[in-house]
Ligand binder design. Structure first.
Ligand SMILES: [Zn+2]
Ligand SMILES: [Zn+2]
Length: 360
């Protein structure tokens, strides 16, 4: 469900991008009739479909919003409305938010029924070291979230108390009003503002959550990071997101990983890149170096005649693939420095070398 935020509104209505206002209206009416709650009853699938359609229609039937949507997608609409649509992880969250705001979240909650809603997914970032990314680690993370209230079990009522009939709507959950609607002007029933369409009200709200059924909590979680992870990977912890409403399922927590940069190594997938500096004599004669890796020291043989900028490989000592397994390599770029301060003895030897090479 993630990254589904940019669902195509034209596709939802089943019209082309060049559809006229009239075509959009017709398409909406036709589709909306099939899944309108008055026709389809309180079937969650139809309810959602109806919400989706209405959302798409609200935007595409408004010339300004349609222009913004065509140019910038849903984020263009959100910007004007002062909403960060990027903060939503799924289109259905967005729809919930839209209907929550536009109609008090109650448009389909009739008949004295309390609607279950799944808690939202939440996201957090965890920064780990390069070694932890390579070998895996056990970490603790702290999240702050809305969790189901333990006192009332998410009902919002003081334990042992009951709901009582709403006197504003006499328990029907609906109040009648005349309304300009997309289907024309007609007398319609709208959800009762007092009981939010439930037909019942809480007589004694839970003292812990003030009747909301959820409370802000800080939770500490143990997190096992598998070996071979990289920056941007995310781990999903099922049921560790926001608490649901009225007994709805708990959302998930996504932990997005960030990996600190390392003082010695740069990472390229499974490979580690680094550089060593040797002087011209070692480059000419060859030598052996100790290379520090993430899991110990390795010998690196420099062959005689190694050129500046040459890249040597320590095979299989890089980072394991995701979940562990085959390791990448360490790639070592050899920088060669030219000795600038020579004592007289060294100078004499180099002069000898020059003479010997000329003589050849
Ligand atoms: Zn409570
Ligand atoms: Zn009521």
């Amino acid at each position: 469900m993630r990254n589904e935020i940019d669902r195509d509104l034209y596709e939802i209505l089943g019209v082309g991008r060049s559809a006229s206002a009239e075509e959009i209206k017709r398409a909406y009416r036709k589709k909306a009739r099939e899944c309108h709650p008055d026709v389809a009853g309180h079937d969650p699938g139809s309810e959602y479909k109806f919400k989706e359609l209405t959302f798409a229609y609200e935007i595409l039937s408004d010339p300004d919003k349609r222009r913004d949507y065509d140019a910038f997608g849903l984020r263009g609409i959100g910007r004007d409305a002062g909403i960060d649509f990027g903060g939503f992880t799924s289109f259905s969250d967005l729809i919930d938010m839209f209907f929550g705001d536009a109609f008090g979240g109650t448009v389909f909650r009739g008949g004295g029924r309390r609607t279950r809603a799944r808690g939202r997914d939440i996201q957090t970032t965890l920064t780990i070291s390069l070694s932890e990314a390579a070998w895996g680690a056990d970490k603790q993370i702290e999240t702050e979230k809305l969790a189901q209230c333990e006192e009332c079990g998410g009902t919002g009522m003081m334990p042992g108390t009951r709901m009582s009939r709403c006197d504003t709507c006499a328990g029907s959950g609906q109040v009648r009003s005349t309304r300009q609607s997309l289907f024309g002007t007609f007398i319609s029933s709208t959800p009762c503002p007092k009981c939010k369409g439930r037909g019942e009200v809480i007589t004694e709200p839970c003292r812990q959550c003030n009747g909301g059924g959820r409370r802000w909590v800080t939770e500490t979680l143990e997190l096992k990071i598998p070996p071979g992870v990289d920056r941007g990977d995310s781990l999903r912890l099922r049921g560790k997101g926001e608490g649901g409403l009225n007994g709805g399922a708990t959302g998930d927590l996504f932990v997005v990983l960030d990996v600190e940069s390392h003082p010695v190594f740069e990472r390229d997938g499974k490979d580690l890149l680094t550089a060593v500096e040797i002087d011209m004599v070692e480059a000419a004669l060859g030598t052996e170096l100790e290379i520090k890796s993430l899991d110990g020291d390795y010998k690196l043989k420099i062959n005689p005649g190694t050129q500046p900028g040459q890249v040597l490989k320590v095979k299989g000592k890089g980072i394991p693939e995701r979940g562990g397994g085959r390791r990448g390599d360490i790639l070592v770029r050899v920088d060669v420095s030219v000795t600038s301060k020579l004592n007289s003895e060294q100078k004499r030897l180099l002069e000898q070398l020059r003479a010997a090479r000329k003589g050849k």
